[in-house]
Design a protein around this ligand. Structure first.
Ligand SMILES: Cc1cc2nc3c(=O)[nH]c(=O)nc-3n(C[C@H](O)[C@H](O)[C@H](O)COP(=O)(O)O)c2cc1C
Length: 303
């Protein structure tokens, strides 16, 4: 069976992952680092992990020769680090803070976890090499992890209590009293609720998160160049390119990045969804309550 590679990649993008930078150093002192979301656990005993590296990567030689590699699991405030290691460069480590770990693999600072591995096996996997590593040491500090889903960077909102609409036993409800008086808990629940309602409506348009966001930005920022667009959105550069390509292919965008009339209609539909969402949430509040709520949020953000 053959199918559209782009569509296959878009479908795979629904599997949310973390973001890692895999690093290694060979005996000649050549350091490599590649942003990878293909990292996963394999086995607890022996402790094995894997990731896959595109065969065209300029870093493959070093990964193949090095006896070790390190998996640096990025934290939510490390989008710049992810972007830095996702584009080819003569020295991806310039300006980066790192130590050297087992086998001299660079260990990046301020990550949420790190797994230092001995190279275990390299397996041929189509257009990628599957790199299996045996973990020899690990470290984790539990910072908020950086996520990647539907071509966009994202953060994790913990589901703090069941959202199921089933009747809960009375004693369980009582024990939620303290939670229901906790502003942090309430903020998380509100975000959860907003996202649950918003995303199905957005994806019903046929666009994924990053495509919808690109179209909205392009509808607002006329005459913007591709490079400016890449700097403006929290979407990896390659996903900006494939998202723009998808918008062009579906007739929403011209190759000069201008919205077509179909694109304008779609952007309006997306704005309507966002406005309707706002109306659904805040429609029952007075203007004063709504303004105060926004002021409160702004002052929390400015703290
Ligand atoms: C979020 C994200 C995840 C990525 N995951 C992988 C991956 O798992 N494997 C891979 O080979 N490339 C992946 N890439 C692309 C590489 O980071 C990119 O091609 C890198 O420049 C390859 O390095 P090199 O060619 O300099 O060796 C990813 C990029 C991003 C932004």
């Amino acid at each position: 069976m053959s199918f559209d590679t782009n569509e296959f990649r878009r479908a795979l993008g629904n599997f949310a992952t973390g973001v890692t930078v895999i690093t290694a150093q060979d005996e000649q002192g050549n350091k490599v680092g590649v942003t990878a979301n293909s990292f996963n656990s394999v086995s607890l005993d022996p402790p094995l992990v894997l990731w896959s590296l595109v065969k065209s990567s300029s870093s493959y030689k070093v990964f193949e020769q090095a006896k070790h590699f390190a998996v640096n699991v990025l934290a939510a405030d490390q989008i710049d680090t992810s972007n830095n290691f996702a584009k080819p460069s003569d020295d991806k480590f310039a300006g980066m803070e790192f130590d050297l770990g087992v086998g001299n693999s660079p260990i990046l600072k301020n990550t949420t976890a790190c797994f230092q591995c001995e190279q275990h096996q390299i397996i041929d996997g189509g257009d990628h090499w599957i790199m299996l590593g045996k973990v020899v040491s690990f470290d984790h500090v539990g910072r908020n992890p950086l996520l990647y889903v539907q071509g966009s960077y994202a953060g994790a909102i913990p589901f703090t209590a069941s959202t199921a609409k089933t009747t809960k036993p009375q004693n369980a409800l009582n024990s939620l009293d303290r939670l229901n008086n906790n502003a942090f808990y309430l903020m998380n629940k509100v975000l959860q609720k907003v996202q649950e309602h918003y995303f199905p409506k957005q994806s019903a348009t046929g666009l994924n998160t990053s495509e919808a966001r690109l179209l909205l930005v392009l509808s607002d920022a006329k005459g913007i160049t591709l490079d400016e667009l890449k700097r403006l959105v929290t979407i990896p550069s390659t996903d900006v390119e494939s998202g723009v390509e998808q918008l062009i292919q579906t007739g929403l965008l011209s190759s000069e990045l201008a919205l077509t009339s179909k694109g304008h209609d779609m952007a309006e539909r997306l704005w309507d969804i966002a406005n309707k969402q706002q109306e659904d949430i805040f429609g029952d509040f007075s203007k004063e309550e709504y303004d105060n709520f926004k002021k409160l949020l702004q002052s929390v953000l400015n703290q």
